[in-house]
Design a protein around this ligand. Sequence first.
Ligand code: ZN
Length: 249
Amino acid sequence: MNRVRIPILMYHQIAVEPPKGTPLRGLVVSPGTFYRQMSLMYLLGYRGLSMGALMPYLRGERHGKVFGITFDDGYENNFHNALPVLRRFQFSATCYAVAGRIGQSNIWDMDQGVGQVPLMDRIQLQAWIDAGQEVGSHTSHHVDLTLCDAQKLESEIAGSRSLLEAVLAQPSGVQHFCYPYGRFHTGVLRQTAKAAYASATTTQRGRVLVPVQDNALALPRVLVSRSTTWVHLLLKCFTAYEDRRGTQE
Ligand SMILES: [Zn+2]
């Protein structure tokens, strides 16, 4: 029997596209495109879910036409441009916030010449949760975890969870994690398990093979970028197109 595969979509910014030549411009999806992508999935009978709501499906305990929606970094434009669309279709999504950068900007990108974009502040993150969405952790400072010593790993992985849980009222706490730059190794996995996260997502391409077992802390995703057409989206979500295509930034 063919095992079920569930796509988890990976978005970053939902905003009007920046000028040509802007670094990482490819990771900005326009609000209109995001709306059309969500309406396409909705019309096909699929429901977009946050990681918390998706877990029973990934574990094979529940069955249905579902897909995951994730946003990396916690940009303010997710709040303004993605939230109204998610609400319209009654979808939920997980936004992975950088715990030590709440209300600041993506300064970790600065030395690559990436433009500074505001990140959601505490009030917006709380409003995101209160609107039925989820906040996960994307470390405390958006570091490459493979370059951290044990103490730093603990503060970035477990520490970011405590930090977010201290400032946000999320009924289930912060149970979902995402590796910055998709970078992790066995030591990172061990710390993520120790911090008792229920899932962790990577930038490895592909859909999740159901049921997840001990691999819930290294889940692949489907990147949606500026150049992802609706045909690509369908191929990535419903065919083997994206599976085992390696890693991506
Ligand atoms: Zn990131």
